[in-house]
Design a protein around this ligand. Sequence first.
Ligand SMILES: [Zn+2]
Length: 226
Amino acid sequence: MNIDILQGKTTEHLVLLEGTKCFIHNLMLTDFLRLQKDALKEGFDLKIISAFRDYDRQLKIWNLKASGERPLLDDQERPLEFSKLSPIEIIMAILRWSALPGSSRHHWGSDIDVYDAKTQKEDEVKLVPSETMNHGPAARLHEWLDLKISSDSSYGFYRPYATDRGGVSPERWHLSYYPISRRYLESYTFSLFKKNIEESDLILKETVLENADEIFRRFFLNVDVP
Ligand SMILES: [Zn+2]
C-alpha cells in the first residue's frame, strides 16, 4: 500500500474522466461509466462535481475555515458566528463538513460527490442536504441511486455518510467505490493519521493533536458500510 495515495500526495492511481476535469481511481472507471449510463436510461444526467482532491487543496480548505475566512455552517446549513467559538468548537464544526488534510476520502480517487446535471448547473450546486431531499433538485436522482446501488452490489458504490453517526454530517451526494475504499480505510492507521497532522501546516494544529484519538474514531473510522 502506497501511503501517499491514502494522504492525497500522489496522482499515480488516477485517470482523467473524459470530457471533465475530474480525476478518479483507475479501477473505478468502468463501474462508474456503467452507473452513469444506466442513470441516463432513467433520465438522469449523473455527473461528478468533486472527485480526487489533493493534500494541498484540502489543507487550503481547512485553513480557510479554521481562520474564519470561509463560513462554518451548523447542521441546518446556517452560518455560525466564528468569533464566539472556542478552538475545539471550530474544529468540530469544520469536521462535520470537511476532513483534515491527509485523511479526506477524496484523496483516494474512490470517492465522489455527484449531482444531476439535468436539474442543476454545475455552478449552482452547493452540496447541502436540502438539494438531495424532498423536492430538492437532486432528490429524484438519489432516490433512484438508493434502489440501484443497494439492490445491485456489482456497481461497487455505496454511501459512507448515509446516516448521522455523530461524526461527519449525512452527505447523500457522496458516493464511495467500496472495493477500493474498504482497503484504504483498513490500511489507514492511527499512527499514520497522527504523524500526518504533526508534520502539517494546519491552523489549530495543537488542539487537533490533543483530540487526535477522538477525531480519528469519530470522523474517520465512523462511517456507514454497505
Ligand atoms: Zn464528498
